[in-house]
Design a binder for this molecule. Structure first.
Ligand code: SF4
Length: 479
């Protein structure tokens, strides 16, 4: 199997970064000997799982530098915002949160405030922070997280805002330290970037073109996770279905699933996100044959009207989408399907919207993540014009939510009185006397009984809601 040619470059880069990590750790250790005070970091993450995965890398590097995690700004010596630019309101929220730290920075001038992630790949956002939030010490983008120790060390010694944004796609860097939020479940990025340029989406501009990790690096990472007690992996990519195309080694996402399925100790495999146009028969077969691949598929359809799908540049029709859904339902009975839907895309009339409702009624998704279209500057759709009023969009949106909630509820009803395997995530957030976890189909279950985090237990469902289920452990099949 051929490997990416950049590997020899990256191992040199990582060596340099590790030396810097060690230097900072040593300084922090010396300071601790003098003052007796530990140092703390806080990483605040916005947006998708890819961002969460990136944050785990930042946390891993900070931990090795001798910083401990805190959720308290007052206690922190380093505060990092890992940003998302997919929705406009995230930008406003970020500026508000950065502005709120001005007083703290005055009180603690040595506090390092950093901003990174997708939003920082956009010039207007960087300019805004430079102009209005001079208390920010460092800004970096999505492509150079591996260089964080180097950028951070400079920021420790500089008084001006340090900016390090890489415009190119960057290369894949392996072996960055990771501080995972959970031990029994892990996000594993299998590819970066996207080639699809859906007309409403900013991701290809801020995360670059598709770059797949070498299969053996992914397998190695998952093996090592399994040795550390990990039971479930979530494979991440903007479009995992096109994994491997850029490697040109005749190894695709279905092949990767078979390999991961054979790793001892891993009990469940999940993945997201899938682009419908790349959902192949081979992949459906692999999902059927790999016993550890969970019976859940997130397959965004975005809109039901072929006119709107074309304007969105989604590269499939309503009929093709429905055909793929039928194939997967036939191949994997009981599979849970979830989706993303945009209402009010420029050019969408209420007649077009009826086509979206038609898809929702025909497919019967377990859950849908529904959004009213929000314009992102720099995308093709930003120049397109609306044809209906905001009020009409809102009415359509409310109708969609009502129809989907009813379907979700009906599907959840079918779980009642049946027994499902649940992976225990820990105490329930809503009821301290219960545990929480997920079925293989991805349903949140709050349940009574005793079990450890990471155990697989059997739970009998006795109560259902639109977004969760309640139950009780009946048989413990693993200890
Ligand atoms: S597939 Fe489309 S929506 Fe998904 S990241 Fe790529 S461009 Fe954005």
């Amino acid at each position: 199997m051929t490997r990416r040619e950049t590997d020899h470059v990256t191992s040199e880069v990582i060596k340099q970064q590790n030396e810097i990590i060690e230097r900072i750790r040593q300084n922090n250790e010396n300071e601790y000997q003098k003052t007796g005070r530990m140092k703390y970091y806080r990483v605040i993450t916005y947006g998708c799982q890819q961002n969460n995965s990136d944050s785990e890398k930042l946390k891993g590097m900070l931990r090795l530098m001798g910083y401990n995690q805190t959720e308290n700004n007052e206690e922190a010596d380093v505060i990092l915002f890992n940003t998302c630019c997919v929705r406009e309101n995230a930008e406003m929220k970020l500026y508000g949160n950065i502005g709120a730290l001005k007083g703290l920075k005055k009180k603690k001038p040595d506090l390092i405030i950093g901003v990174c992630g997708c939003m920082m790949q956009q010039k207007h956002a960087v300019d805004m922070i430079k102009e209005k939030y001079s208390h920010v010490d460092l800004i970096f983008g999505t492509h150079n997280i591996y260089k964080f120790p180097e950028i951070f060390e400079k920021a420790l010694h500089e008084k001006y805002t340090l900016i390090d944004i890489l415009d190119t796609d960057g290369f894949i860097v392996e072996n960055i330290p990771v501080e995972r939020d959970e031990k029994h479940k892990a996000w594993v990025t299998i590819m970066y970037g996207c080639n699809n340029f859906c007309s409403y989406c900013i991701v290809p501009y801020v995360r670059g073109r598709e770059r797949s990790r070498n299969p053996e690096d992914i397998i190695e990472e998952i093996r090592s996770l399994s040795q550390d007690g990990c039971k479930e992996v979530m494979l991440l990519g903007q479009n995992v279905n096109s994994y491997g195309k850029d490697l040109k080694i005749g190894f695709d996402f279905a092949d990767l699933l078979y390999k991961i399925n054979s790793i001892d100790g891993i009990e469940r495999i999940r993945f997201m996100t899938s682009h419908p146009k790349d959902l192949s028969d081979k992949l459906i077969k692999a999902m059927c044959e790999c016993s550890k691949v969970c019976e859940h598929l997130h397959l965004p359809f975005q809109a039901g009207s072929n006119k709107i799908l074309k304007l969105m540049n989604r590269k499939y029709t309503k009929e093709e989408y429905l055909e793929k859904v039928n194939k997967i339902k036939e191949a994997i009975p009981g599979i849970a399907l979830t989706t993303d839907i945009i209402v009010g895309f420029p050019g969408e009339t209420t007649e077009d919207f009826e086509e979206t409702l038609d898809v929702v009624r025909k497919v019967r998704f377990d859950q849908a993540f529904t959004f009213i279209y929000s314009k992102r500057e720099g995308t093709a759709a930003a120049k397109m014009m609306d044809v209906i009023s905001e009020e009409e969009k809102r009415n359509n949106f409310n109708r969609l939510v009502e129809v989907q909630n009813q379907i979700s509820r009906e599907i959840n009803e079918s779980y009642k009185d049946n027994i499902y395997e649940v992976l225990v995530d820990g105490p329930s957030k809503t009821n301290k006397n219960m545990l929480t976890g997920r079925t293989r189909t991805g349903k949140v279950v709050n349940f009574k009984g005793e079990a450890k985090i990471g155990e697989l237990v059997n739970v009998k469902i006795n109560e259902v809601h639109s977004f969760s289920l309640n139950g009780e452990i009946v048989i413990n099949n693993q200890s």
